[in-house]
Ligand binder design. Structure first.
Ligand code: SAM
Length: 379
C-alpha cells in the first residue's frame, strides 16, 4: 500500500467506455455493481501482483507466510484425527503462491500431503493459467464458485479474497439514508457518485445505533462476503474441517467510507479507470463473525501480527536467516518478517479469523488468547 494519489487520466479505456455506455442504458449503478464489474475486468486483464503490478499480498512478500499457514493446517489435521482425504480449497488464489508454499512445506508431513486434493475457486481465466503453471504437479481442479466444490472434509483458505467482493454504500443526506450509486458525467468524462432512495429497508441491515448517526455518515455492507462466509460454515458443518479468513479490515462494526483503489502501489480514485486498478473495501469482520456464528465456531479475529508470532514466525525467520546463502537473503527474510507482522505494516490492519465445525471444541493454534486482536479503528 502506498501514499500517493495517482494522477487522473480522463481518457476512457475501452472497458470504461463500455461501463459508461451500460450506465447510460441502465441508469446509475450501485457501488456493488460498479465494483463487481470493475474487479472482474481487473483480475481478467491486468498484471496485478508484485513490484511491477499494483499491490503485493502476504504470500508474495515472503515464503514465511505460507510456511506458517502450513504449520497451522498440519496442527489442525492432527487434532482433527488425521483424516486420510483432505480437500484444500483456496478462494481467489492469485498467482498460486500461498498454496505452492504450503504444499512445499507439507513435504515434511507426507501422510498429510499425500491425502490432499487441491480445489481452486477462481473466476479469472488469466489467473487460472498462472495458477496452473505453479501448481500443475498437484493436479488442481478449478471452480467458479465455492458451492461447486464437492462436499467433504476441507481446509478452506481465503487470503485477501473477501476485500475484492462488492460492497453497497449508504450515505446519510438531509436526515435520510440514501444508496450511493455511480453515474458517468459525459461533460467531464468521469465517473462520480450520485444517490437514490435505497431498494431495501436499510434499518433491517444496519446496527440500530447507526440509524440515527449524525451526518456525514456512510454505512457499508457486503452481502457477497456474508454469503461466502455462510457457505464456508455450512460446508464445514456438512463435511468437517476448518477455514482461515485473512484480510485487511476492522473487527468492530463502524461507519465510514473504506472503498479504495490501488494502482502501481499508490492509492488512486476508486471510481476512475475502472478495470485498470485494484478496487477493494475493508472487510467487516464483526458482521462476518455474526453471520458465521449461526453455523460454526468462530475464533478471532486476531491481528495477523499476533497470529503469525504465535505460530513461531520469529523463530522460523531466525533459523532460515542463520542458514541463508547470502547476507542479502538473510536481510530479505528479516524485511519480510517486519512487513508481515509489524503494526505499521500488515501486522495490525490485517486480521485472521478461523472457523471450525459447531460440533468441534478445538481452539486452533494462534487463537488460544483472543486478546491478540488489538483494537482497530474503522475506516
Ligand atoms: C487480491 S487477490 C488474492 C490473491 C491471493 N489469495 C494471494 O494471497 O496472493 C484476489 C483473488 O481473488 C480472485 N477473485 C476475485 N473475485 C472473485 C470472485 N468473485 N470469484 C472468484 N475469484 C475471485 C481474483 O481473481 C484473485 O485471484
Amino acid at each position: 500500500m502506498g501514499e500517493n494519489i495517482a494522477p487522473q487520466n480522463n481518457t476512457l479505456s475501452p472497458f470504461a467506455a463500455q461501463l459508461a455506455a451500460r450506465i447510460s442504458r441502465e441508469g446509475p449503478l450501485t457501488v456493488a455493481a460498479f465494483m463487481d464489474a470493475a474487479a472482474h475486468e481487473y483480475y481478467a486483464a491486468q498484471k496485478v501482483f508484485g513490484r511491477s503490478g499494483d499491490f503485493t499480498t502476504a504470500p508474495e512478500i515472503s515464503q514465511l507466510f505460507g510456511e506458517m499457514i502450513a504449520v497451522w493446517l498440519t496442527d489442525m489435521w492432527m487434532r482433527l484425527g488425521r483424516p486420510e482425504h483432505v480437500q484444500l480449497i483456496e478462494l481467489g488464489p492469485g498467482r498460486g503462491t500461498l498454496t505452492a508454499d504450503i504444499m512445499r512445506t507439507l513435504k515434511a508431513w507426507p501422510d498429510f500431503q499425500n491425502g490432499i486434493s487441491l480445489h481452486l475457486v477462481e473466476n479469472s481465466p488469466r489467473l487460472r493459467d498462472v495458477q496452473a503453471t505453479v501448481l500443475t504437479k498437484f493436479t488442481p481442479t478449478w471452480y467458479d464458485r465455492l458451492d461447486d466444490v464437492p462436499v467433504g472434509f476441507s481446509f478452506i483458505l481465503a487470503n485477501e479474497f473477501l476485500d475484492a467482493l462488492p460492497i453497497h454504500q449508504f450515505e446519510k443526506i438531509g436526515g435520510q439514508w440514501m444508496e450511493r450509486r455511480v453515474r458517468f458525467s459525459a461533460t467531464k468524462q468521469v465517473f462520480e457518485f450520485t444517490h437514490t432512495l435505497p431498494d431495501i429497508a436499510i434499518e433491517s441491515v444496519m446496527p440500530a445505533d447507526f440509524v440515527a448517526a449524525p451526518e456525514p455518515a456512510i454505512f457499508e455492507i457486503s452481502p457477497a462476503s456474508l454469503t461466502v462466509t455462510e457457505q464456508i460454515c455450512q460446508r464445514l458443518q456438512r463435511g468437517g474441517g476448518a477455514a482461515l479468513i485473512i484480510d485487511y479490515g476492522h473487527d468492530k462494526a463502524g461507519l465510514g467510507d473504506t472503498l479504495q483503489a490501488l494502482e502501481k502501489h499508490g492509492y488512486a480514485d476508486p471510481l476512475q479507470n475502472p478495470g485498470g486498478r485494484d478496487i477493494t473495501a475493508h472487510v467487516d469482520f464483526a458482521t462476518c463473525k455474526l453471520a458465521a456464528e449461526k453455523y460454526a465456531h468462530v475464533h478471532g479475529p486476531v491481528t495477523q501480527g499476533a497470529f503469525l508470532q504465535r505460530l513461531g514466525i520469529v523463530e522460523r525467520t531466525e533459523v532460515l536467516a542463520d542458514s541463508a546463502a547470502t547476507p542479502e537473503d538473510a536481510r530479505d527474510l528479516q524485511t519480510g518478517l517486519i512487513r508481515l507482522t509489524a503494526p505499521e505494516h500488515m501486522g495490525r490492519l490485517f486480521k485472521v479469523m478461523a472457523l471450525t465445525a459447531k460440533d468441534s471444541d478445538i481452539v486452533p493454534a494462534g487463537f488460544a488468547d483472543d486478546t491478540g486482536g488489538e483494537e482497530s479503528d474503522h475506516g
